[in-house]
Design a protein around this ligand. Structure first.
Ligand code: FE2
Ligand code: FE2
Length: 211
């Protein structure tokens, strides 16, 4: 922390700017989040958002950091009258730049903030769907290794499956980034496969061993 003196001699606490890296985002996230399910959600959303960032030639560290941080305060602020808006002040106190804070805030439907950058749109498009793909993988013997968009779409039409996932946000998200839903699903499945173990999913090797 720097404590500069104002012209009137008053002291204001101004945090040192936080360098936007995946590592720093992970440190902030894990300072406030202990739940394995929430950490897995953060990792899944990050994998999707970062893969899109890579595809679009964007700043992957920034995209990773925002994705990891988007629900960082959910454990301490589990209701929408606090999440994520009260988390924003914590991020500012930690020195995260406004671009990160604004991007985090933009994922929340109830705040109705503009999704006016590719990063904000991509975060929204990956948030619910990565959770849904994860849920699909949990009920399959080989996780998401052989999962195809067709079966994900079928499950999306079953309201009782992963009932907490807002279907309308899944459809809106694909539309928002201008990607066909099947393509978007396939892209996210491919992004999540390399981290299947970290997400607690089985893989083809488990399915083979079980037969
Ligand atoms: Fe959230
Ligand atoms: Fe989320």
């Amino acid at each position: 922390m720097r404590v500069p003196r104002g012209g009137d001699g008053s002291r204001a606490i101004v945090p040192e700017p936080m360098e936007v890296t995946r590592e720093n985002a992970w440190a902030t996230l894990t300072r406030y989040t202990k739940s394995e399910a929430l950490l897995r959600h953060a990792l899944a959303v990050e994998a999707g958002v970062r893969a899109y960032g890579h595809k679009l030639g964007e700043d992957e560290e920034l995209w990773s950091a925002v994705a990891l941080l988007h629900d960082f305060d959910y454990e301490i602020h589990p209701t929408l009258d606090q999440h994520p808006q009260d988390g924003a002040s914590i991020l500012r106190e930690e020195g995260w730049p406004e671009e990160v804070v604004e991007s985090v805030l933009s994922h929340a439907e109830h705040l109705a903030r503009p999704r006016d950058t590719p990063l904000k749109r991509t975060l929204f498009a990956c948030d619910e769907l990565s959770g849904f793909i994860h849920a699909c993988g949990l009920v399959r013997p080989d996780g998401i290794d052989s999962l195809e968009p067709k079966s994900v779409r079928k499950k999306l039409k079953q309201p009782s499956f992963a009932a907490g996932v807002h279907r309308d946000e899944v459809y809106q998200g694909a539309e928002l980034i201008g990607v066909d839903l099947d393509e978007h699903i396939a892209f996210l499945i491919a992004a999540l496969r390399p981290i299947a173990r970290d997400l607690g999913l089985r893989t083809t090797a488990d399915a083979t061993a079980a037969t």
